[in-house]
Structures are given as C-alpha cells and as structure tokens.
Ligand binder design. Structure first.
Ligand code: ADP
Ligand code: MG
Length: 249
C-alpha cells in the first residue's frame, strides 16, 4: 500500500483519565498520538475502555484529567466550539442509527443541510457521489428498513463522510453484522484508509488490523498496554496481549 502518513499529529491524547460518577475508572493515563492519514486499530477485551476512549476523542464523554487536542485545538479550552469539533471528527457506531423515515440519500444529506446549512443541489450531488463510493448508488432511494445491515452501515459511513471530517472514529463497526456482510463494510473502510483518511478503529477483526493498520493498540482495564506496528504487535510476546489473543484467535 503506497500511502504517506504525515508526521503531523492530528489527534493527541495525553494522560487521559476517566472516572465515571459510579467510581468506575474507565481510562487510566492513556496517551496516544494519531497522525494525519494514519489508521490506528484498538483491540482489547470487553470493558477495557475502548469505547470510552473513542467517545472522549469526540467529546461525547468528558475526561476527568489529562488533555486532548484535535488539530491543535485543545478540547477543554473555553473558547473551543465543541459542536464544530464534533463535525470535524466523525463517528461510526456498532448500531448504525440511521433515521428510519429518511432514504439512504436523505440520511447522507441531512447533516450538511441542517447543520452546515449548505446548498441543497450541491449537497445532493456530493451525497450521491458518496453513496457511489460505498457501493450503494443504486439503493439511494431505499429506506433503512429495506437495506441489509451491511448496507445500512455503509450508508452510515457515507453519512459521516458527508461532513468532510478530518478523522473518522469507528466503534466495532462490524460487530452487529451477520458474518457474510462484514467483508463489504471492511472493504469500504480499506478504501478510505487507502485514500488517506485518518481513522481510529475499535474492532475484533484481526485480519483488518494486520492488513490495514499503521499501528495497533492493545487496551486492558483502562490502560493502553501496548502500541506497535502490526508486524511487531502480532509477534509481540507481551503476556497480557498473549493472554487476550489466546482467547479471541
Ligand atoms: P469497551 O468499549 O472496551 O468494552 P467501555 O469503554 O464501554 O469498554 O467501558 C469501560 C468501563 O467503563 C467498563 O467497566 C464500563 O462498565 C464502564 N462504563 C462505560 N460507560 C459508563 C457509564 N456511562 N457510567 C459508568 N460506567 C461506565
Ligand atoms: Mg465498546
């Protein structure tokens, strides 16, 4: 894969700690740099803090201490426009959350129209192009209920792309899908990676991690345990990683 990862850090997390009100210590001193154009895959057992970490990057969750910067903007600064930052960092969830009363095209057009208040004809053309890109051009008039899970997730990816985000966060995007639909969603994600999209992907798809990730991160019990290139990662003899991989592979 020919791809240039810039040295420039797009997302920087430093010593991020998160303690929920119930006392659950979900993130312990997590530090991670994500460079522009990079694909970082996060793996780890259930409950290890992966979703919480992604959510802090998108400000869906506040942090207890530490610091997060997106493209040089400090999230905790009072002057930071959180809504604007959320538009700049898209998120794709396990459950696709499409609007049921809107077609595929309508779903992709909604945020650029309502949030960015952009010109309708222009938004429509871009949305059609995006649906073409995720292989759903012929289904743009379909409602979510008439689309398969894999197709709905591809619409959800197109919907995120419609906001022209600087980075995309994926939280187990294929975990809710029937096995035969996993490949079509991963293929779209591979295409985005190739085009240079900055991506942070929480997944259990080890094949995707090996093939597409520039770096793989292992989290356990709220800690970032290991961060390596895929080759080094999957050859690592780190005992905590070994124990986890022994369970999932
Ligand atoms: P993962 O995505 O790796 O499965 P999560 O980030 O969802 O893990 O959860 C990490 C820990 O934080 C878990 O112990 C979970 O129970 C806890 N947690 C997550 N969300 C909340 C919440 N809103 N309130 C309290 N505890 C939470
Ligand atoms: Mg999770």
């Amino acid at each position: 894969m020919t791809k240039s990862i810039k040295q420039e850090v797009l997302i920087q997390a430093r010593d991020v700690d998160k303690v929920f009100e119930n006392g659950c210590h979900a993130l312990k001193n997590v530090s991670l740099d994500i460079h522009r154009g990079e694909v970082v895959v996060i793996i780890g057992p259930s409950g290890s803090g992966k979703s919480t970490f992604l959510r802090t990057l998108n400000q869906l969750e506040t942090i207890s201490s530490g610091r997060i910067e997106i493209d040089g903007v400090h999230l905790a600064d009072k002057s930071t426009d959180i809504n604007k930052l959320r538009e700049e960092v898209g998120m794709v969830f396990q459950s696709f959350n499409l609007f049921p009363h809107k077609t595929a095209l309508g779903n992709v057009m909604l945020a650029p129209l309502k949030v960015l208040k952009r010109d309708k004809a222009e938004v429509e053309q871009e949305a059609k192009d995006l649906l073409y890109r995720v292989g759903l051009h012929e289904r743009m008039g379909h409602y979510p209920s008439r689309l398969s899970g894999g197709q709905q997730q591809r619409v959800a990816i197109a919907r995120s792309l419609a906001m022209k985000p600087k980075a995309l966060l994926f939280d187990e995007p294929t975990s809710a899908l029937d096995p035969e639909m996993v490949g079509e969603v991963l293929d779209v994600m591979k295409g985005l990676a190739k085009e240079g999209m900055t991506m942070v992907v929480v997944t259990h798809e080890m094949g995707f991690a090996r093939e597409v990730a520039d770096r793989v991160v292992f989290m356990e019990e709220g800690e970032l345990v290991l961060e390596e290139s895929p080759e080094r990662f999957f050859n690592s003899e780190h005992p905590r990683l070994q124990r986890f991989l022994g369970q999932v592979l």
